[in-house]
Design a protein around this ligand. Structure first.
Ligand code: SF4
Length: 492
């Protein structure tokens, strides 16, 4: 997914920038970057963080950088920040999101003939350079940001640091990613994770609305482009991505996860000796389950945190599976002969979970009951780099549906948790994973646990509903709550 942090201060901002960016390390795997507007121009550093922590890699830059405004990023893919020279002046830019229509946008830009790209990312055009090129195609920075927001399919939040030291922040068009503003005496910070504020002395000032652009100075924040609507903030922030001590739209992650676990326990009770969570994000869900069910919380697996502190994994699937195994160390006394409930945030492919279940049985577990904090993932996220899957068919649900119905299945028929297709799909996933029982969260319970109205949340990966499309539904399924663009819908 990625995350960013920016700061502007009356004095030097580099310490806040360094630690503030570091507090976004759980959001990305590949690259870290910093840019500071120093007295004589921009200072910039980009490092590979795929196998080392941000702080270790940027320690030397931290010592040599100085300036009153700066931006930092943790990125899943491309090198950033980029320093761009254009008719809008010199500026540094970082982006978070995914541009799904990059090929079409590139073709359009090339049609103008005077555009070229120099920064490559995995053999393709660097998405941040593409965004900067869209911005530069307009007369002013504000017009350019709005134009980019309108043209981009997917999502794009950004920070821009101008040559004059002005810090601009824009939230993506539908607010799928959060952007929050913090203030303290003589400084303003902008971040994706509000948990980056308290230890640096910032108090949360406000959250940007969808599409809003602000200019930050050390003594205040001014709206340059007003928010647009509607809001469709990513529900997965509360389930998995978000840091427990962060809040988005005023709803804290850890507390939402407790409520998720509580709802799972009420709907899916089972006799068991203990409840555990698959670290890290499954833990708070499990604490909520244990409290509601009145079953003791225990840690049959403990995560080796001293050298495996990050929640994301390397790009190679085999390496990810090996690392997933190396991170978790079993405690036989809490497993042998026991009936275990486990809570996890989600099932994507199911391969890691299958391996963990096998290890638990090998260690003598009598029963394993899995409780998943969100509904079955049926659609691949189009708005963030949620998973490295190239195909929707990597999803455990899709493979099972294909097995049941072949290639032209009506996926939307599997949305209803009370329906026969859903029950058959979940039953087969349970069987494949070798579980004693398996239950997923219901969408209405998840929405209630988050605490925002459903129409302010993106739920696309579970429902296929997309607010950026007319009518809200992308598949003409006849199952979406609102009539869909293809003429179906309104059935539930
Ligand atoms: S599709 Fe899922 S992961 Fe992607 S933004 Fe929407 S809720 Fe978040």
């Amino acid at each position: 997914m990625g995350g960013f942090f920016g700061a502007v201060a009356a004095d030097d901002c580099v310490t806040d920038l360094f630690y503030g960016t570091d507090y976004h390390s759980h959001l990305g795997t590949m690259r870290g970057g910093l840019a500071v507007r120093a007295e004589k121009g921009f200072q910039r550093a980009i490092h590979d963080i795929s196998n080392a922590q941000f702080r270790t890699k940027f320690e030397n830059d931290f010592r040599r950088f100085e300036g009153r405004s700066g931006i930092g990023v943790i990125s899943d893919n491309e090198d950033q920040p980029l320093v761009i020279s254009s008719h809008l002046g010199l500026y540094a830019i970082v982006t978070v999101g995914v541009v799904t229509n990059h090929a079409e946008l590139t073709r359009e830009l090339f049609a103008g003939r005077s555009v070229q790209f120099s920064e490559m990312s995995r053999g393709g055009i660097n998405p941040t350079e593409l965004v900067a090129t869209l911005i530069n195609s307009q007369a002013t920075l504000a017009e350019g940001v709005r134009y980019a927001q309108q043209k981009i399919e997917g999502s794009c939040s950004m920070l821009i640091l101008t040559d004059t030291g002005d810090l601009y922040a824009a939230r993506d068009r539908f607010g799928r990613t959060p952007v929050v503003v913090g203030r303290k005496e003589g400084a303003v910070a902008v971040a994706m994770e509000s948990c980056s504020f308290p230890n640096l002395g910032y108090s949360l000032d406000r959250e940007l609305g969808p599409g809003e652009l602000v200019r930050c100075a050390c003594d205040g924040v001014e709206t340059v482009l007003p928010p647009l609507g509607p809001l469709a903030v990513c529900s997965f922030l509360w389930v998995y991505f978000g840091y427990p001590s962060s809040s988005y739209e005023g709803r804290n992650v850890e507390m939402s996860r407790y409520r998720c676990g509580g709802a799972l326990a009420r709907r899916n009770p089972v006799d068991a000796d203990s409840v555990g969570g698959v670290p890290d994000s499954g833990v708070a869900h499990a604490l909520g389950y244990a409290a509601e069910a009145g079953i003791r919380y225990a840690r049959p697996f403990v995560k080796y945190t001293p050298t495996w502190p990050r929640s994301f994994m390397p790009p190679d699937q085999k390496a990810r599976e090996l690392i997933a195994q190396m991170k978790l160390i079993p405690i036989p006394g809490l497993i042998q002969g026991k009936r275990l409930v486990f809570c996890d945030d989600s099932i994507v492919r199911g391969t890691q979970l299958r391996d963990q279940v096998k290890r638990l049985y090998d260690d003598g577990a009598r029963e394993i009951h899995m409780r998943i904090a969100c509904p079955p993932l049926l659609y691949q996220c189009r708005f963030l780099n949620f998973s490295r899957s190239r195909s929707e068919m990597d999803l455990a649900t899709r493979r099972i549906i294909r097995e049941i119905e072949g290639d032209n299945a009506d996926v939307a028929a599997y949305l209803d948790p009370d329906g026969t297709p859903y029950r058959e799909m979940v039953g087969r996933i349970r069987q494949r994973l070798g579980l004693s029982s398996l239950a997923y969260q219901r969408l209405d319970d998840l929405v209630e646990a988050i605490g925002l109205p459903r129409d302010q949340l993106c739920t696309y990966c579970w429902t296929g509903e997309d607010v950026s499309k007319p009518g809200g539904c992308t598949h003409g399924c006849g199952h979406c709550p609102a009539p869909c663009a293809a003429g179906g819908g309104g059935a539930r």
